[in-house]
Design a protein around this ligand. Structure first.
Ligand code: NAP
Length: 312
């Protein structure tokens, strides 16, 4: 039986692995076939403390993995396929085997909702982005688009006005969903323009330049036009990766795992950290911070188990 099984291998999962490994708990990280999380989809990361020159997202994740392994974390490059938290010890299925665990840290993250149009995946990280905080500074004096009409889209658009010369908010309806105060700020900002009743149908680019433009369609007239842009930010919401945990831990109405301020789920000994619980900050550094918190909580929980006859 494992002391700690960590599901997920973004900044939260690997940080939890570093901490629990250094506490000699010999964690097992079920990292997934696509290990590394959302940072694997980014290029330059300039806001992770400790890297004044910036670091490539995949390299940062590789370093976190090495750091966890250095202290004895075992990393399995397979997906968790089911969990059973109804009885203790908890069980996590990986392919045809079930792993027993005294504690579990869920760090499966979230994924940005994507448009699913041609060119979007191809230019992701090369002009298409899902995070203005991360990538905005690469668009100094350039023209960018933001897709969406919610708080995220407006927040991204406002943030981007610090760098970009012009920001087009591309929204499928003629009304924003964002809160009134955010709308007012956006309407007052001279750098922001709105393309109402408009959807992006394709993203275009060139290998040497990255994104060069999009095809837009007016939803009322069905008219199509080519629109030049240097970057496109997709801000149409996020989807937490929690399908596996439905019915096993409490989720909120949006599907995020519900935790208290010590990252405890409603199951004793099951913790959750990073974007799988966080729809506000969504940063690598906040996810890493939560990974650390969950690890320390798991360690304390295991210590308490020692004094209670080894059962929760
Ligand atoms: P959201 O509120 O669900 O808004 C998503 C937006 O994307 C909507 O305007 C929606 O259009 C549009 N959209 C969805 N699918 C689309 C598609 N396939 N093609 C084109 N457009 C599409 O998501 P969010 O903005 O990420 O916000 C999530 C939650 O976090 C909200 O509760 C929000 O208030 C909160 N939040 C708060 C802040 C803040 O207070 N500072 C910042 C960020 C987020 P429709 O409007 O037509 O449905």
């Amino acid at each position: 039986m494992r002391n700690v099984v960590i599901i997920g291998s973004g900044p939260a999962g690997y940080t939890a692995a570093i901490y629990t490994a250094r506490a000699l708990l010999e964690p097992l990280v079920i990292a997934g076939y696509q290990a590394g999380g959302q940072l694997m989809l980014t290029t330059e990361v300039e806001n992770f403390p400790g890297f004044p020159e910036g670091i490539q997202g995949p390299e940062l994740m590789e370093r976190m993995r090495q750091q966890a392994e250095r202290f004895g974390a075992e990393i399995l490059l397979k997906d968790a396929t089911a969990v059973d938290f109804s009885t203790w010890p908890y069980r996590v299925q990986v392919g045809s085997t079930w792993v027993e665990a005294k504690t579990v840290i869920i760090a499966t993250g979230a994924r940005a909702r994507m448009l699913g149009v041609p060119g979007e995946r191809e230019w992701l990280g090369r002009g298409v982005s899902t995070c203005a905080t991360c990538d905005g500074a690469f668009f100094r004096d350039q023209v960018v688009g933001v897709v969406g009409g919610g708080d995220s889209a407006i927040e991204e658009a406002l943030f981007l006005t610090r760098f970009a010369s012009r920001v087009y908010v591309i929204h499928r309806r003629d009304k924003l969903r964002a809160s009134k105060i955010m709308q007012d700020r956006a309407f007052r900002n001279p750098k922001i323009a709105f393309l109402w009743n408009t959807v992006v149908e394709a993203v275009h680019g060139e290998p040497s330049k990255g994104v060069t433009g999009v095809t837009l369609r007016d939803t009322r007239t069905d008219e199509r036009r080519e629109f030049p842009l240097d970057g496109l930010f997709v801000a149409i919401g996020h989807i937490p990766n929690t399908d596996l945990f439905r019915g096993q831990v409490e989720l909120d109405e949006r599907g995020y795992i519900v935790v208290d301020n010590r990252l405890r789920t409603n199951r004793p000994g099951v913790f959750a950290a990073g974007d799988v619980v966080d729809y506000v900050y969504r940063q690598a550094i906040t996810a890493a911070g939560m990974g650390c918190m969950a690890a320390i909580e798991a360690e304390r929980y295991l210590e308490a188990l020692e004094h209670t006859d080894h059962r929760p």
